[in-house]
Design a protein around this ligand. Structure first.
Ligand code: ACM
Ligand code: ZN
Length: 477
């Protein structure tokens, strides 16, 4: 709701607050004019902002609420020397408002990650899902296992700029990529930076697929012993996966997760679990022996066993595991959070079974697919797909959910898979303004039908703020 008072004020907040009432008059915004108070009756992360001509009062029940009130003030103050008088009453629709960055395919580094965390906070996003391991690169230094970065964090070449880099469309650029990885000190720095911005960091270390870079370091844990010691150079799902029949491979992954838990003391660990081809397991005597010994039906049963093994392992360490929705096949305990990316039916099934669910609908939240703007210099992995700004704005994490399932939806994440994202300019162009639409879909969650024209009007103002701040935000056409 936006009520304009006598004075014609063009307020353009993104994400829109729940309620805003503007009056005649303005306050010259100076930071010392802000008074912070506590109101336990306000919801978590929520706030009330009163702007009077002689100063601003912020009320919130918690520090996060006061922080978000300041982010609202920052947008109001960006547009002029004074801010309009009025009242904003605000709180998030969803408690999980996430952004996933794939640094396995391309590595962006600490400074870009910090800039992203700042931008996330500006848009009231509060979960940074850090996808750190992939077929194409391992980005986590684990001193106990030095080969992981020695072999896994550097590849001999990448697809040539401008091609998608998939099997049929691969041309190598001949340029070594890396070594690129984060040290324990880097991670501590990022965690502290995120905490100051009320952002939870969720690391993702994949098992049993998307693990080719780990196998470059430790080919002894693959089903085939003759793997070259280099990460994958082209894009697409890889046949090489962890040998699930090898006890030492399982023990090794447990130790990797021990180290991940030491580096990331937070509650949530994402174990991936998506896209695990069964070709190698079908031909591997050890994997076949495991299937027989455990009385499993087939290779799908083996993946279910792997998933269950690691969710139980992390649960014993007091962590909550998140996995892409393939992990449902493993019937993990209901403390496991299911990250729905395939059809919505998997998210609904998970929620109805009692799992908390995070929704990342490919069509509406994968910002690695083309956004359909006319002037776009960048390459995309799925050139035929489209996720326009309007599509991103229409995203509803509760779409299709039954009344039983709805309370289980923690929220959502937008995802940046980086096969075709080469640098921070490319990344920013693909992320903004769609992530603004995503922020509104998860913070404000406007009722359907959503007023895209109103969002576009506000976005035109907000885009200028982003550009002025040096963000390579895509055009709005
Ligand atoms: C995924 O997009 N493979 C989670
Ligand atoms: Zn095997």
């Amino acid at each position: 709701m936006q009520i304009l008072g006598m004075l014609a004020v063009a307020v353009a907040l993104v994400p829109a607050p729940k309620e805003q009432v503007w009056r005649a008059g303005a306050c010259t915004f100076v930071e010392k004019n802000v008074r912070f108070t506590r109101d336990a009756a306000l919801p978590p992360e929520g706030y009330r902002l009163d702007v009077a001509s002689d100063g601003v009062t912020v009320a919130s029940a918690d520090d996060a609420g006061a922080f978000y009130a300041q982010k609202t003030l920052k947008q109001l103050a960006a547009d002029g020397a004074s801010i309009p008088c009025g009242t904003v009453t605000d709180a998030p629709a969803f408690r999980w408002r996430g952004f996933m960055l794939d640094e396995g395919r391309h590595f962006f580094g600490k400074e870009t990650v910090k800039e992203l965390l700042d931008l996330m906070a500006d848009h009231k996003l509060n979960v940074f899902h850090w996808h750190l391991t992939e077929d194409q690169g391992w980005r986590l230094d684990i001193p106990r296992f030095p080969e992981l970065v020695r072999y896994g964090a550097v590849r001999p070449e990448s697809p040539m700029h401008g091609c998608r880099g998939t099997k049929g469309d691969y041309r190598g650029n001949g340029q070594p990529y890396g070594p690129y990885f984060y040290t324990a000190a880097d991670i501590r720095e990022i965690l502290a930076y995120a905490k100051e911005r009320f952002i939870t960091v969720v690391p993702e270390v994949e098992v049993p697929g998307h693990i080719r870079a780990l196998l470059a370091a430790h080919p002894e844990f693959a089903c085939r012993p003759d793997l070259p010691r280099v990460p994958c150079m082209f894009n697409g799902v890889q046949d090489e996966v962890l040998c699930a029949g090898n006890d030492e491979a399982i023990r090794f992954m447990e130790q990797v997760y021990d180290e991940v838990c030491a580096l990331f003391p937070g509650t949530y660990i994402h174990i991936g679990g998506d896209e695990c081809p069964k070709k190698r397991w079908k031909a591997c005597p050890k994997c076949q022996a495991r299937i027989k010994t455990l009385g499993l039906k087939d290779e799908d049963g083996l993946q279910a066993w792997v998933t269950r093994h690691f969710t139980d392992y992390l649960a014993k360490k007091g962590r909550r595991t998140i996995g892409w929705d393939e992990i449902l096949a493993g019937a993990p305990g209901t403390e496991t959070v299911v990250h729905n990316w395939r059809k919505p039916k998997y998210g609904i099934e998970a929620a109805e079974k009692g799992h908390d669910v995070i929704v990342s609908n490919v069509r509406e939240t994968y910002f690695s697919v083309p956004q359909g703007v006319s002037d776009d210099p960048f390459t995309y992995l799925s050139p035929k797909m489209r996720c326009t700004l309007a599509t991103a704005y229409a995203f509803d994490p509760l779409a299709g959910m039954t009344d039983k399932a709805k309370p289980r939806v923690l929220g959502a994440e937008c995802c940046m898979w980086s096969e075709c994202v080469w640098n921070e300019y490319d990344l920013a162009f693909k992320l903004w303004p769609r992530a603004c639409a995503f922020a509104e879909a998860t913070w404000t969650a406007p009722a359907a039908p959503r007023d895209f024209a109103d969002f576009a009007r506000r976005m035109a103002v907000h885009r200028k703020r982003l550009i002025a701040a040096g963000v390579n935000c895509a055009p709005l056409d």
